[in-house]
Write a protein that binds this ligand. Structure first.
Ligand code: 6PG
Length: 472
């Protein structure tokens, strides 16, 4: 019977939870997984739900009402193409394929063209929120033709997280725009996580116990830093390791993994000549963390000060709060700046207030201050940089003394704070009317006759000096 409203291929945890979410909103859902026992077990585990399990892709496709809506939740890259290729002979023109994985946006653009040329409709949708978000309400970032979005809108809006009654999903833009924005979301996620880790490292050097840190982060989550990542960090500090009876976090090896979205963000930033130094620092911090053996060896050879901070604990909490918040503003300013640049480059016409608004709920970077970001872009859609919005300008001004002190304190104690420092470096560079690039231009002209502009002549007028010859 061809009557399912929605179909999903790929029953890993995210896929399963999305299916349960869609079904819970009153839709009948067909499911397919390459290993058919997974399908059987999943359907059998939910006997009271409107699920249709299929053993073959043919059967799966036949079970869907027209126009068919098929969501693919498989590993990004080759597996997505493989599933699409096997679907093509089975689908009819006008059917809709949705890729809900963390696909590279250029792959999405290629698939959009490929499927569009064949008469199918394609949506590349970033889905954020992890396993729990998929089940209870993720943030969804769909890209593709607006007319296809209109068909998918009722389902997507019903399954998405809600903030003040507004669903955390909006049509982002054409082609790969949805997956692009999800990639930047992940870059920002990397930045947020690293900044929190640096705060933790400073607190550790000041003698805070995990229990104390649990309290600090719980308090922060009740204030202006309220966010999912601060909330889960508070829970992490409270978690006891059943084997040792001590804090679990202290038993976890300090080598970070990554699947690639942060690296993609950096590569795109370089291509667009946009500075995202906080996100860069976060990706590089993960890379350095993964070189565990080299770090252990170097720790015996390369010396530094004792990693100890003596400070009044309550005062330090306030200072680190300010440093973290200020750095977080910079990180978002950079990520949003990159979206602005890419939107102009691709002619996507992205609406930053709408993007910030859907990030307020469901996704990993959801945070109270995304309300303020949304307001800033609503008030001034053409805002050139988030730092310049009155609300954030005032915060940066208020926080900067403590921000500087925390970085100085950490640096003097030899505690690495690459993302805090990169953020402050960006702030100080961005607000400098004069930078030392005059000397750099002189150097370029010296060795390569690259010419320079003068401070006392109109822009665009180029000069060259016959510099003295250097011997040796
Ligand atoms: C989300 C997450 C999700 C996933 C990341 C993790 O928004 O729900 O970003 O997509 O957890 O891919 O990325 P790393 O493995 O690179 O940390």
């Amino acid at each position: 019977m061809s009557n399912s409203d929605f179909g999903l291929i790929g029953l890993a945890v995210m896929g399963q939870n999305l299916v349960l979410n869609v079904e819970s909103r009153g839709f009948q859902v067909s499911v397919y997984n390459r290993t058919t026992s997974v399908t059987d077990e999943f359907v059998a585990a939910h006997p009271d739900k409107k699920l249709v399990g299929s053993k073959s892709l043919e059967e799966f496709v036949q079970s869907l009402a027209s126009p068919r809506k098929v969501m693919i939740m498989v590993k990004a890259g080759g597996p997505v193409d493989a599933v699409i290729e096997s679907l093509i002979p089975l689908l009819d023109k006008g059917d809709i394929i949705i890729d809900g994985g963390n696909s590279l946006y250029t792959d999405t653009e290629r698939r959009d063209k490929w499927l569009g040329d064949l008469g199918f409709r394609f949506i590349g949708a970033g889905v954020s929120g992890g396993e729990e978000g998929a089940r209870k309400g993720p943030a969804i970032m769909p890209g593709g033709p607006a007319s296809t979005w209109d068909v998918m809108k009722p389902i997507f809006e019903s399954i998405a997280a809600k903030v003040d009654g507004e669903p955390c999903v909006v049509h982002i833009g054409p082609g790969g725009a949805g997956h692009y924005v999800k990639m930047i979301h992940n870059g920002i996620e990397y930045g947020d996580m690293q900044l929190i880790c640096e705060a933790y490292n400073i607190f550790k050097a000041a003698g805070f116990t995990s229990a104390e840190l649990g309290t600090v982060f719980t308090d922060w989550n009740n204030g202006d830093l309220e966010s999912y990542l601060i909330q889960i960090t508070a829970e992490i500090f409270k978690q006891v390791d059943p084997e040792t009876g001590g804090p679990l976090v202290e038993m976890i090896l300090d080598t970070a993994g990554q699947k690639g979205t942060g690296k993609w963000t950096i590569m795109n930033a370089v291509e667009n000549a946009v500075v995202i130094s906080t996100i860069n620092a976060a990706v590089e911090a993960r890379i350095l963390s993964s070189m565990k053996d080299k770090r252990v060896a170097a720790s015996k050879e390369l010396h530094g000060p004792k990693a100890e901070i003596s400070a009044d604990k309550a005062a330090l909490v306030k200072k680190v709060h300010d440093a973290l918040f200020a750095s977080k503003i910079i990180s978002y300013a950079q990520g949003l700046d990159l979206i602005t640049a890419m939107s102009a480059e691709k002619g996507w016409n992205l609406d930053l207030s709408k993007i910030a608004a859907i990030w307020r709920g469901g996704c990993i970077i959801r945070a109270r201050f995304l309300n303020d970001i949304t307001d800033a872009y609503r008030a001034e859609p053409g805002l050139s940089n988030l730092m310049l919005a009155p609300f954030f300008k005032n915060l940066l001004n208020e926080f900067q003394q403590n921000w500087r002190e925390v970085i100085s304190m950490a640096t003097l104690a030899g505690i690495p704070v690459p993302a805090f420092s990169a953020s402050l470096g960006y702030y100080d560079s961005y607000r400098s009317a004069v930078l030392p690039a005059n000397l750099l231009q002189a150097q370029r002209d010296f060795f390569g006759a690259h010419t320079y502009e003068r401070t006392d002549k109109p822009r665009g007028e180029m000069f060259h000096t016959d510099w003295p010859e250097v011997i040796g």
